[in-house]
Design a protein around this ligand. Structure first.
Ligand code: HMG
Length: 388
């Protein structure tokens, strides 16, 4: 039985900051941001947006009455959870008025959480072929103003329906994964900004990729030439480019040219949105599918997922006969084009206006509301969501 992605949608806030302008204010060479790091714009999430609202905003586009009726699980991969106990899947379940006879669970392992959810969904469908799983990968990447990580922030969500006989792409049973406890990036529960050992994290990303890619080739008997494209977890686009560079020396010229061209297509959304942690790999997949019209049914796509801490996985998917008909490239182009640019001081003000950790009541600023679902505030320590 084929199992895989039947539908996919994204959400990202309506606000962004231009990274050339940010570089100028920070006293950096803009080329460092746009070429050295490979990022042009960065999504700025207002306090009315969290992973629940962005996840719901993405998922609502996928839900038909038939899909609702077949739902077996709602899985949210995230490392920006809104509660240490209650799963964000339950908040989303409520906002989307999903059926009660489902499992609603949140999964965490840094940026790998989205892939963990996808693989759990895949295995569940193998046992329950008549069901659908809603997988959401949503995050807000925050490092802090004027930090080394600032240029690699971002915000957004990707929602996917995982089903038998999927319309877009199968998820092949060829995963190779690896886990090792390392301290390259983490976020203590008492703060909303991450701590990164920047250089070490990039080295570990590459070391995990190299080890897994080597094992994948030996165990699964596939080489780079079997792939129409390879997509990577993109904390920033240069990171994926460095990983792809490890593959290229062993490829023939045509394969190398193809993988590089399609890699570029897979980075277009990330360049404008930034890191969305669990969702980044899947935003890259969506960017590839939306922006490369030369892909065809039967093409094999490679996917490399990396979550600091660290767990990583490489697997492949095969494009299905009518995959192109399921895509919404024009909508996504419009979503990005319609965003409002914030000046650097405006971005700094929005960044600093956040839900406090103390028990004070808090109301988010309606000037920056976005999408169908918003967080209006936190009253009596309870989060207040609203559908607009
Ligand atoms: P940095 O120290 O500011 O940057 O931090 P740099 O000095 O290393 O420069 C970056 C690149 O720009 C270099 O290129 C420079 O040469 C180049 P490279 O040598 O790497 O190819 N450069 C220029 N290029 C053109 N013109 C110029 C110029 N100047 C310099 N004028 C760093 C960069 C990414 C480390 C920082 O932003 C950071 O710490 N980010 C957060 C951590 C991160 O994203 N790590 C990625 C791997 S870990 C991961 O992917 C997991 C993660 O998503 C979290 C999770 O799993 O949950 C982060």
């Amino acid at each position: 039985m084929k199992i895989g992605i039947d539908a996919i949608a994204m959400d990202t806030p309506d606000f962004y900051v231009d990274l050339v302008k940010l570089a100028q204010v920070r006293g950096d060479d803009p080329d460092k941001y746009t070429i050295g790091i490979g990022q042009d714009e960065q999504a700025v999430p207002p306090s009315s947006q969290d992973i629940v609202t962005m996840g719901a905003n993405a998922a609502t586009k996928l839900l038909t009455p038939a899909i609702r009726a077949s739902l077996g699980m709602v899985l949210v991969g995230t490392e920006s959870g809104v509660d240490a106990s209650k799963s964000s899947a339950l908040f989303i379940h409520d906002l989307l008025a999903l059926p009660e006879w489902v499992r609603a669970v949140e999964l965490k392992e840094a940026c790998y959480g989205g892939t963990a959810a996808l693989m759990m969904a895949r295995d569940y469908i193998a046992a329950h072929p008549d069901k659908t799983v809603l997988v959401i990968a949503a995050d807000i990447a925050r490092y802090g103003l004027a930090t080394a990580g600032e240029v690699t922030q971002g915000a957004g969500a990707v929602a996917m329906l995982i089903k038998a006989e999927p319309h877009i792409m199968t998820i092949e049973d060829d995963s190779v994964y690896r886990s090792e406890s390392i301290d390259d990036f983490w976020r203590p529960v008492y703060q909303d900004t991450a701590i990164a050992q920047g250089k070490y994290s990039t080295e570990q990303y590459l070391a995990f990729f190299q080890a897994i890619w080597s094992r994948y080739q030996t165990q699964r008997h596939h080489t780079a030439s079997d792939f129409a494209a390879m997509t990577f977890h993109l904390p920033y686009t240069k990171m994926g480019k460095k990983a792809l560079k490890l593959v290229l020396p062993d490829t023939d010229e045509a394969t190398g040219e193809r993988l590089q061209r399609r890699f570029e297509a897979s980075t277009r959304y990330c360049r404008r949105v930034g890191n969305i942690y669990t969702g980044s790999l899947y935003l890259g997949l969506l960017s590839l599918l939306d922006n490369d019209t030369s892909l065809k049914a039967g093409d094999r796509i490679g996917l490399f997922s990396y979550g600091s801490g660290a767990v990583a996985e490489f697997f492949s998917g095969i494009l299905q006969p009518d995959f192109a008909a399921q895509l919404h490239a024009a909508n996504h182009a419009k979503m990005l084009a319609d965003r409002q640019e914030l000046t650097v001081p405006e971005y700094e003000a929005v960044f600093s206006d956040k839900v406090p950790y103390d028990p004070e009541d808090y109301r988010s600023d309606p000037t920056y509301y976005h999408g169908q679902f918003v967080l209006t505030g936190v009253i009596g320590q309870e989060r207040q969501y609203q559908q607009r």
